[in-house]
Design a protein. Sequence first.
Length: 188
Amino acid sequence: MTRSVPKKFEEVTISTQPIFQGKIISLQVDTVRLPDGGEATREIVKHPGAVAVLALTEDDRMIVVEQYRKPLEKSQVEIPAGKLDGAEDPLEAARRELEEETGYTSASIRHVASFYTSPGFADELLHLYVADKLTSGESRPDEDEFLEAEAITLEEAQTYIREQRISDAKTILAVYAWRLYKLTGSFE
């Protein structure tokens, strides 16, 4: 998804100072040369990328998980999602996350879109998939992951958005993609 940058907007990196290296993210401060010749600093979060799955049941419901999000200090309802492990294929990661978090597997999973979550300060690229033809099973969340899965209607999802029970970008995007699909028969 890399595109050439028109020279008039390019910021050339002069130096990079590593600040923090964690299990999921790292933080660096880059000094850059601006297009007008000046200098500035950019605080950049590096992330391995992630996947998210809009899983739809035969009775037209979306599988979501509710879990506590410490940065927000509250629980959130979200579609199943997780980070890529190393050079993991995003499609395989989507299958893995769906099964780990919800217990569901899918006979049909396809790519909808890939997007940067916060390009002003992070390089995280999130790959959104849609899955149907689901088979239920046992969830296997990570040992530090406490969540509960449920199946909700489009109307319930829209209510959750208004109530801010759903307030993350990937889930809101998935709900609107689902709504578009119901109107047009396509995720494009």
